[in-house]
Design a protein around this ligand. Structure first.
Ligand code: ADP
Length: 661
């Protein structure tokens, strides 16, 4: 007997599953059936593409057996099966490195656990919600050995070979020559014994696994009665209990919303309805079917480097892979669904997939289709919102209200990845720009109102040539930024960009139609504020001595000290040189552990009309000049959200300035 310890993460997960996920216990059967279906998919593919598997029989089916007395449920498949190495790799560890982060997330977020758990694909382990012990008997296709994996879901598991002609071998169902697959036997725990019932199992399979593409058979005993109702014996029966059709191949006209939603749930393991689906049958030069969904919540690994693809590739209904992140561009990684091609060869290898022209065309068309749908939804939502504003919310139909709700969800969850597309998908930029939404000073106080660039342009003042934006990490802070003062005074709208990636994405995007996008915290973005040039030069000349004093006091803490044209109330603000990375970007690089960037020195812009600044003009007291200069710089940094290097110094200077002379 060989005993092994579970990997630490598996233990943590098992703890969570057993102790806190009881609320959604039903899903365990779906998870086990879905694994059986995956194993059948894998074998089907191998028998078609790999010489080594050519001789292996493929008679795909999933059988569910239960024993009301022994309180067990068995799910058996005729799929690929596992050898001993597969067993300890697949049922003893969690391979993906995002696990730890995921577990952290779970701990902090009790309510979402049961929802996330399916998405995360901890499928098999979920059976320990209902079982106090699990046996897995399995023979890998082409192998001679049968193996038994067993565990009580605490700390360890065992893997042992099963003797050919033993009782165990017979019970496993893999005693026949050439048979292969896996049988998962769940010994139900005290609270779960009612699952060992014909009606319960049939109900769960219909609910969660109806769209599994292989037949699922339920074995049960039918009692027999005579005319007087007396039991005369029983008969063993086997019924197919799912419809086993590839839903995506059916004509759209035959499918209802519920069909699509049901399929989504079994595909994605999500228990919420999707906010959108797009089903396409393409014919002509290329024949393929795609069915895509947008979930109501961002996948937990959306921002992890090792995110999992949400799209499965099929060729003529044969599953090829669910592990190809190239099927859609990275910014659309939140999309779930399937691509089924009639033209690809069945034995496509992963390497060939990468540069396959057929797949490239499907990808291009799919992106177009998806972006078109997103845009349509956004437009419909904007129109409904406009109607609501004009005629009152009670004038909206249920459909219109739902449209608004769906679009809100889309923006909340996926606006950020869509912005990545603005940067990464050069060909579709124009289309994406119509989908991405921005917060802006024009929408101040109106809650989650967002604007498009098109609407911004509509509202532009005459004489305004650029689109202005400010970046930072906190929306509320950004709205109060002194950098906005002059823009507000001129009625120039400014976009409020609070995502980390804005500093990279927006400058790279650069231009919407004929309008350049300019950051208000960059030197040079104030040129349009309508200041009389001569006047400005005169002012600047007069200000020079003050600037020199401050510059001397601050030394190499700043790149330059300049007279600001954008401040009216605040004494100072920070801007960066046109080609320097912003402070926000600096922070992000540091957070990512990239110290490589030379420290960016800010430019201090000061408001010459502010009394604090003006007081320096006739001041000769070096101590006071130093205090005022340092406080001006530090407060401007604070407003930008920068942590001061020497807060004690700031405080003592501030206190000196505040003390009566
Ligand atoms: P996931 O299915 O998301 O990969 P699971 O924890 O459900 O995660 O399963 C882990 C792995 O165990 C699967 O990826 C598969 O390799 C293997 N496995 C589970 N059930 C079976 C089965 N019935 N036949 C063959 N392999 C299986």
């Amino acid at each position: 007997m060989a005993t092994y310890e579970f990997q630490t993460e598996v233990n943590q997960l098992l703890q969570l599953i057993i102790h806190s996920l009881y609320s959604n216990k039903d899903i365990f059967l779906r998870e086990i059936v879905s694994n059986a279906s995956d194993a059948l998919d894998k074998l089907k593919y191998l028998t078609l593409s790999d010489e080594a598997y050519k001789g292996v029989s493929f008679d795909p089916r999933i059988d569910i057996l239960f024993d009301e007395k022994k309180k067990t449920i068995t799910v058996r498949d005729t799929g690929l099966g596992m050898n001993d190495a597969d067993l300890s790799e697949n049922l003893g560890t969690i391979a993906r490195s995002g696990t730890k982060r995921f577990l952290e997330q779970l701990k902090n977020d009790a309510k979402k656990e049961s929802l996330l758990i399916g998405q995360f694909g901890v499928g098999f382990y979920s059976a320990f919600m209902a079982a106090e012990k699990i046996d897995v008997f399995t023979r890998k296709a082409g192998d001679s050995r049968i193996w038994r994996w067993t565990s009580k879901g605490t700390d360890s598991y065992e893997i042992d070979p099963v003797q050919e002609d033993s009782k165990d071998a017979k019970e496993s169902g893999f005693d026949a020559e050439g048979s292969h697959g896996a049988a998962v036997i769940m010994h139900l725990n005290k609270d779960s014994q009612d699952y060992a019932s014909r009606w319960k199992i049939e109900d769960l399979v219909k609910k969660y696994s109806d769209h599994i593409a292989f037949p699922i058979f339920l074995h049960y005993e039918q009692k027999k009665y005579d005319d007087k109702g007396k039991e005369t014996g029983s008969e063993n029966r086997v019924d197919q209990i799912n419809s086993a059709s590839a839903l995506w191949k059916r004509p759209k006209s035959e499918l209802k919303d519920e069909d699509y939603t049901g399929f989504y749930k079994s595909l994605s393991h999500d228990s919420d309805d999707p906010i959108l689906y797009v089903h396409t049958h393409a014919e002509g030069a290329q024949e393929y079917t795609t069915l895509f969904y947008v979930p109501a919540r961002a996948p937990f690994d959306l921002y992890q480097a090792d995110y999992k693809s949400g799209v499965k590739l099929y060729v003529k209904r044969v599953f090829i892979t669910d592990d190809d992140r190239e099927l859609l561009p990275a910014y659309l990684r939140f999309v779930r669904g399937i691509i089924d091609s009639e033209d690809l060869p069945l034995n496509v290898s992963r390497e060939i997939l990468q540069q396959n022209r057929i797949l490239e065309t499907i990808k291009t068309q799919s992106v177009k289709k998806l972006l078109g749908e997103f845009k349509k939804l956004g437009k419909a939502a904007d129109e409904a919102a406009a109607k609501s504003k004009k005629e009152g919310e009670d004038k909206l139909s249920e459909d219109e209200k739902k449209t608004i709700e769906r679009w809100r969800t889309f923006v909340k969850e996926f606006n950020r990845p869509m912005k990545e597309g603005l940067y990464g998908d050069f060909l579709n930029r124009a289309e994406i720009a119509d989908i991405v939404r921005f917060k802006s000073t024009a929408e101040e106080g109106s809650g989650d109102n967002w604007t498009t660039l098109a609407d911004y342009v509509q509202r532009m003042q005459s004489g305004q040539k650029s689109i202005y934006y400010i970046t930072g990490s906190d929306e509320a802070n950004l709205r109060k930024s002194p950098l906005l003062e002059a823009y507000r005074a001129k009625n120039f709208e400014v976009l409020i960009l609070g995502d980390e990636i804005d500093d990279i994405v927006i400058p790279a995007y650069g231009k919407y139609k004929d309008f350049e996008l300019k950051a208000v915290n960059r030197a040079g973005s104030d040129e349009e504020l309508g200041v009389d040039k001569k006047e400005a030069e005169k002012k600047e000349e007069a200000f020079k001595p003050v600037a020199e004093k401050i510059k001397a006091a601050l030394g190499d803490r700043v790149k330059d000290v300049q007279l600001s044209k954008r401040l009216s109330d605040s004494p100072a603000c920070i801007v960066v040189d046109e080609n320097d990375p912003s402070l926000q970007m600096e922070r992000m690089m540091k957070a990512l552990g990239q110290p490589g960037l030379a420290e960016v020195k800010p430019i201090l812009e000061v408001n010459g009309d502010h009394p604090l600044v003006a007081s320096l003009r006739d001041c000769a007291d070096e101590g006071r000049i130093a205090d005022v200069s340092c406080v001006l710089l530090d407060q401007a940094l604070l407003v930008e959200g920068v942590t001061l290097k020497d807060p004690a110094d700031f405080v003592s200077r501030l206190n000196r300035l505040l003390s009566p002379a």
